[in-house]
Design a binder for this molecule. Sequence first.
Ligand code: B12
Length: 222
Amino acid sequence: MPDFQAIAEALIAGKTDKDARYPPKLVGQPGVKELVQAAIDDGATPNDVLTQGLIAGMEVIGQRFRDSEIFVPEVLIAAKAMHAGLDILRPLLAESDYKAHGTFIIGTVEGDLHDIGKNLVAMMVEGAGFKVIDLGVDVSVQKFVETAKENPGAIVGMSALLTTTMPAMGKTIQALKEAGLDNPTIIGGAPTTQKFADEIGASLFAADPTTAIEKIKALLAA
Ligand code: B12
């Protein structure tokens, strides 16, 4: 019987693989890598391993992060464990009839080099079952527009940490409209607010990755 719970627990603990030295109490135990492989060998579908193992674990991480029970380092460690599992699943998912929830384009806006929060959002959204296109930092308005054009319907996520770079979010939304694109947009980053999102016409605002995932899913379901 495939043990999805064990995969989720290893991910939450940040146990990447058997050889990993972290966490000390699990030294020598199988990690996400071995547990995902074992579940596949036991006949589980890649989709079930993803949703009931990796995504279930990342959901717990997201909730604990939102509730300030854990902090950035723990999320990064869990995300590394998630990637160890995804590396095994990715080729299998490509062969199967698995469909991602949707595509999520994300970048830090022009002039802004802060990427810690942006990376967290990218990892959590990927962990929630979306295909993620990460454009990196200092992303031009033009680059957002081009990528949105290449990915019709993809959600465009923008991060800004500086009050001086926040206006680039409004410019990007304006440019998307002028290019005739109707991709939904979501903004975030410490200085941004729902009020600012409303002013610049963003579809969504979220202050943390878990809320972002909830709002994106609700928007796509509407
Ligand atoms: C780390 C840091 C840096 C690092 C960045 C390293 C990196 N790779 O990211 C370095 C040293 C490079 C840096 C440089 C600068 N920084 Co700086 N930096 C910070 C610092 C300390 C932490 C930011 C951070 O990573 N927070 C942790 C993450 C997890 O939080 P977060 O980014 O807010 O992300 C969360 C949410 O906002 C949300 N989120 C984020 N993005 C998105 C996107 C979407 C779509 C969604 C839905 C949600 C979402 O989810 C995340 C997880 O919950 C902050 C101070 C602070 N305490 O915030 C200053 C700060 C942001 N920096 C500041 C400044 C001024 C600068 C510099 C101009 C300094 C200088 N004079 O050179 C430069 C600018 C460089 C540039 N062009 O970008 C100011 C900004 C002031 C302002 N109001 O504009 C701050 C607030 C410090 C201060 N108090 O003055 N900085």
